[in-house]
Design a protein around this ligand. Structure first.
Ligand SMILES: [Zn+2]
Length: 116
């Protein structure tokens, strides 16, 4: 589930990690460029739909979560600069997300590589 969304951002799959905690508000975090996503939120928010074959909300939700965490590679704190980079990241990769939602495979490279 998370690997296709990571592919939208051209992330190395090895930089993506899932964790599960039993309580707490942590949806995701970035530690030295490695991104950690809380499986508990995935299960609570998206799993039932995904099991029924509807990936759309899960893709969109994880897209924004990953964009938030990727922006932390540039700005550690939550401020207007972080917001700027997150918005820029979302704008850059939005069409790859659209492709992922439409086809189930979102490859940013496919969208920008005109030689194919
Ligand atoms: Zn944050």
């Amino acid at each position: 589930m998370i690997i296709p969304v990571g592919r939208v951002f051209q992330l190395d799959p090895k930089s993506l990690h899932m964790f599960y905690d039993t309580a707490g508000p942590l949806i995701a975090f970035n530690r030295a460029g490695s991104l950690f996503l809380n499986a508990r939120y995935y299960l609570a928010w998206h799993d039932a739909q995904v099991v029924n074959g509807d990936m759309t909300e899960a893709f969109i939700s994880w897209y924004f979560t990953l964009a938030h965490e990727i922006a932390h590679n540039l700005v550690e704190q939550h401020d207007s600069e972080h917001e700027f980079y997150m918005s820029s990241i979302c704008e850059t990769y939005l069409m790859a997300l659209v492709k992922l939602v439409q086809t189930g495979s979102g490859s940013f490279r496919d969208l920008v590589d005109v030689s194919v």
